[in-house]
Design a protein around this ligand. Structure first.
Ligand SMILES: C[S@@+](CC[C@H](N)C(=O)[O-])C[C@H]1O[C@@H](n2cnc3c(N)ncnc32)[C@H](O)[C@@H]1O
Length: 314
């Protein structure tokens, strides 16, 4: 499996916003390279007026590196990333050099680079996410451990949008419920729902790499008998009714399919959604309200928002 390393030369000021864009685009981890690597020492030993060569100018800024699987969406994703970064100019964020470079790395290089940063993390009252290669002993008796092999799909389980969805699931899931997880990635939200007592979960993703990764993770966590993983575009051709719809997707995509969410929810059912950057909060909220759902709670972590909305009884 090939990974593509996307290197973005930007400024300190833009680190957070560009990292958010990379995470929103599904990057598995963002690494910030030491800006000091870019600084070259000036040799003025003889007090001469230096003949400046543009190539020797002290470089400023930072390099952000993100990793994405090489698949048919990559070109489009990189274009979207570039567009979103350029969009930051509207907020007067200095982007510095603003260059984007792409190179291929192999799976082993990626895995060793990334595994260093990935440790067990308690992400909600009851749920701790641990990578498959770490030994972890539960601290509390009612603690739920989710073991994840993030593999090639989005989702180490620790991104703020995932954390917000897990926290919302913990509030909402009742034993026996039927759940659908749109954009399942590594399967983390489906595993959380099943572990919290849901009876059956349909886990959907457009990306076949995610489908494989989710299947593997549901087995690892021994909840595969409750979770059906399939390749599907959003809620296309879904005819069943659900107690809970959970979707951690880009704001633009959420807005596009809230009408289908309202259709598949049972009266009294809940819609949990994140992937919403604060700037897009109102737009997403309005699209949910326009479909007759009621916003029950808004959760926030760093620059990210999640909504819990409810379909009223007739
Ligand atoms: C931000 S990740 C969320 C992964 C996981 N649910 C989590 O919370 O960590 C979004 C996922 O949605 C999937 N996705 C994007 N567009 C989709 C679509 N139109 N239909 C289904 N899945 C989609 C992506 O492949 C990706 O796995």
């Amino acid at each position: 499996m090939k990974w593509s390393e996307i290197s973005i030369h930007t400024t300190n000021e833009a680190i957070e916003a560009v990292s958010n864009i990379l995470h929103e685009a599904g990057a598995s981890g963002v690494v910030i390279e030491d800006p000091m690597d870019l600084v070259k020492a000036w040799d003025t030993t003889f007090g001469e007026v230096y003949q400046l060569n543009p190539d020797d100018y002290p470089e400023e800024g930072v390099i952000l590196k993100a990793y994405m699987p090489v698949n048919s969406f990559l070109g489009e994703t990189v274009e979207q990333i570039k567009e979103a970064i350029n969009g930051l100019l509207v907020y007067d964020i200095d982007l510095g050099h603003n260059t984007v470079q792409i190179s291929e790395v192999n799976e082993e290089e990626w895995a060793t680079a990334w595994k260093k940063y990935y440790k067990p993390v308690k992400i909600s009252e009851r749920i701790t996410i641990t990578p498959t290669w770490e030994e972890y002993t539960p601290v509390n008796t009612d603690e739920i451990i989710i073991e994840l092999d993030p593999g090639m799909a989005f989702g180490t389980g620790t991104h703020p949008t995932t954390v917000l969805c897990v926290q919302a699931l913990e509030k909402i899931i009742q034993p026996g419920q039927r759940v659908i997880d749109v954009g399942t990635g590594s399967g983390v939200l489906s595993i959380a729902a099943a572990s919290l007592g849901a009876d059956s979960v349909d886990a959907l993703d457009l990306d076949e790499v995610a489908v494989k990764s989710a299947r593997l993770n549901t087995k690892l966590n021994k909840v595969h008998s409750k979770i059906q993983v399939s390749q599907n575009n959003l809620l296309d051709n879904i005819q069943e009714q659900y107690d809970v719809v959970v979707a951690n997707l880009l704001s633009e995509i959420i807005i596009r399919f809230t009408d289908d969410v309202a259709k598949v929810l049972k009266p009294g059912g809940a819609f949990i959604t994140s992937g919403i950057i604060t700037a897009k909060k109102d737009e997403v909220k309005q699209s949910i309200i326009d479909q007759g759902l009621e916003i029950e709670e808004t959760l926030q972590m760093e620059d990210w928002v999640a909504f819990i909305a409810r379909k009223p009884y007739e």
